[in-house]
Design a protein. Structure first.
Length: 280
């Protein structure tokens, strides 16, 4: 990883922060994408000593907003003509239905559209660095769900757990379709289930849900353990030729049937591009 550029979202705490630190320790130059300036700077100051003085950097943006994702991607592309690894890791769980300024349900916007728009925005830098990798944090929370393309924004009834599960299914389908569409470009795409990890995740979801999540964390694995598969997919030579797969504990895993639906993956791509105002 020495000298490679790694862009990572959701790296100011939890598994993202651990992954950033480990990749920096391998010699990578880390480009953080953060929302909170204080946490972003705190994370940034911890990286140089691990990466032998590499010029790590941080960009700020609200990734639930399409315009912000586009802006951040453009700024990174201008500064980094080559991006070796993009790690889409930022995610959230919301106890009640919220709409973004784009009129998108916030779970869908944060957990899926941010992955899609940022990846598309960094396309030229990723392809210029080929062989390059896109790694996306999904979850086994997708199990049991399918996408309702007539109601991607959960207007017919909102359940926090269902919205989250469907957003993680989106991550798997996005990875599958990205791998198919970018075949031959030298850029691979894989996603992963990190396990149920004791992090800040869900702390701000609100109400009773926050209490349930906090209690469940007593049974969760550590962020250090949860970060292992992210680091593996970002750095291991073993997976260099692998694309379009779902991993758990550094091994290929099989998502449920909804996660292997190629027709749904293609339709999600088309719908996402429309929502983002991007050409196919």
């Amino acid at each position: 990883m020495k000298g490679k550029v790694v862009v990572i979202t959701g790296a100011t705490s939890g598994i993202g922060e651990i992954a950033a630190q480990r990749l920096a320790a391998m010699g990578a130059r880390i480009v953080l994408v953060a929302r909170n300036a204080a946490r972003g700077q705190k994370t940034l100051t911890r990286l140089p000593s691990l990466g032998a003085g590499a010029a790590h950097s941080v960009y700020y943006g609200e990734l639930s907003r399409i315009a912000e994702c586009k802006r951040v991607a453009a700024e990174i592309c201008a500064a980094e003509p080559r991006v070796d690894v993009l790690i889409n890791n930022a995610g959230a769980l919301f106890g009640s239905r919220r709409l973004t300024s784009d009129n998108l349900e916030e779970t869908f916007a944060t957990n899926h559209m941010a992955y899609f728009v940022l990846t598309m925005g960094l396309q030229s830098s990723l392809r210029a660095a080929a062989p390059a990798r896109v790694v996306s944090t999904a979850s086994d929370a997708h199990k049991g769900y399918t996408l309702d393309f007539d109601d991607l924004q959960a207007t017919k009834g909102y359940s926090a757990i269902r919205a989250y599960g469907r957003s993680k299914l989106c991550n798997i389908l996005f990875t599958r379709e990205l791998a198919r569409r970018w075949t031959g470009t030298g850029v691979t795409a894989n996603c992963l289930h990190p396990g149920f990890v004791a992090t800040r995740f869900g702390d701000a979801s609100g109400g009773f849900l926050s209490t349930v999540v906090s209690f469940a964390k007593f049974f969760a694995i550590s962020p250090e353990k949860g970060a292992e598969t992210i680091v593996y997919l970002a750095s291991s030579p073993e997976v260099a030729p692998t694309s379009g797969e779902y991993f758990y504990k550094c091994r290929p895993a099989t998502p449920t049937a909804g996660g292997t639906d190629d027709a749904a993956a293609n339709r999600l791509w088309i719908e996402s591009a429309k929502l983002a105002g991007l050409s196919l």
